[in-house]
Design a protein around this ligand. Structure first.
Ligand code: SIN
Length: 332
């Protein structure tokens, strides 16, 4: 039964937004994920005027501890909400550390045109200048809006709206923690109204071919960070430990140290998928037909290493053909 106001389902997973500091003026030290979703919603003035909200607690963790189990729970619940005519939009409350990964995962596996907004906070709930209530107000307003329909998963943070594929955490402390390097936000929130100016052209949500229903885990993919003086042993260890894929966060335009290349080549010979990403935090690395490209090393377009890992996991759940995987990086 629809009420006059949009119905917004809010799924809480923990994070700083649900944190409590021992000292309200020392917001860098606190217990994460201790408040339940009911208390978080009760602290937001004006919410009842925006939407008919219902909160559910899915987890209570700092997002540095995020697991595939929680991802699958979120995906299952959000796909159910997508089919429920009594839900108009959804919000996920999440720690900021890995929000971008969860957002991109949900962007690829939730089959919906309904708004899906993720948010969190940089300061615990009782800190002076806590940002959680404002971010929740904006996320619920966005999820209740028509503007966010068909836009895929969105991150709304510090009054700005970002595409899940493009958003990344750029600051360890400041409330202006998210950005989309080289691309910018899709728009902003002003007084609870969404002002959106562009959208991601890549496939997502109802237009995505990825489906995790029936899955309990995803293929193991490790990220290995490139650096001066790098050695091959970590790549070799990842292969030995059974990784199905490696994302190498290379220097510059995804370049890999000469001492590490033989281990990458050996990984490919053993059938391990490799994405050669960049640790720079911005820019596009297109597919290339160099020595590694000929061996099936995939290039990530403009996805950062942590998002490349999400896409590689989902791609590997369907195929190990490097050309098909490369096509995924051109499409999603
Ligand atoms: C976390 O990601 O859970 C900790 C940091 C935060 O939420 O801001």
């Amino acid at each position: 039964m629809h009420s006059a106001k949009p119905a917004v389902l809010i799924l809480a997973t923990g994070g700083t937004i649900a944190g409590q500091a021992a000292d309200e003026v020392k917001s860098s030290s606190y217990a994460s994920g201790v408040l339940d979703v009911g208390s978080l919603l009760a602290a937001v003035p004006g919410l009842a005027a925006v939407a008919e909200v219902r909160g559910e607690q899915v987890a209570g963790i700092g997002s540095e501890d995020m697991t595939e189990e929680v991802w699958f729970k979120l995906a299952t619940r959000l796909n159910r909400a997508a089919r429920d005519p009594g839900v108009d939009g959804t919000v996920v409350l999440h720690g900021t550390d890995t929000m971008e990964e969860t957002a991109y995962f949900l962007n690829l596996v939730v089959k919906t045109e309904k708004p899906l907004a993720l948010t969190g906070a940089m300061r615990p709930a009782n800190a002076v200048g806590a940002d959680g209530p404002r971010n929740i107000f904006n996320a619920v307003s966005l999820a209740a809006s028509r503007a966010a329909r068909g836009m895929g998963a969105l991150i709304v943070f510090n009054d700005r709206v970002f595409a899940a594929r493009e958003a990344t955490k750029l600051d360890a402390m400041n409330v202006d923690a998210f950005g989309s390097p080289g691309l910018g936000p899709l728009g902003c929130m002003v007084d609870g109204k969404a002002h959106l100016y562009r959208k991601s052209l890549r496939r997502h949500t109802s237009n995505s071919e990825f489906d995790v229903s029936g899955l309990e885990t995803l293929p193991r993919v490790e990220i290995i960070y490139g650096h001066a003086g790098q050695r091959p042993e970590l790549v070799e260890a990842a292969v030995r430990l059974g990784a199905r894929g490696i994302v190498h966060a290379g220097v510059g335009a995804a370049n890999i140290h000469v001492a590490v290349k033989p281990a990458i080549i050996e990984a490919r010979r053993k059938g391990v998928a490799v994405v050669a990403a960049s640790r720079t935090g911005g820019g596009t690395v297109p597919a290339r037909r160099d020595e590694l490209g000929e061996l099936g090393v995939v290039y990530p377009d403009n996805l950062n290493p942590q998002k490349s890992r999400v896409l590689l996991q989902l791609a590997l759940a369907r195929t190990s053909d490097p050309e098909a995987i490369q096509e995924c990086f051109a499409t999603y």
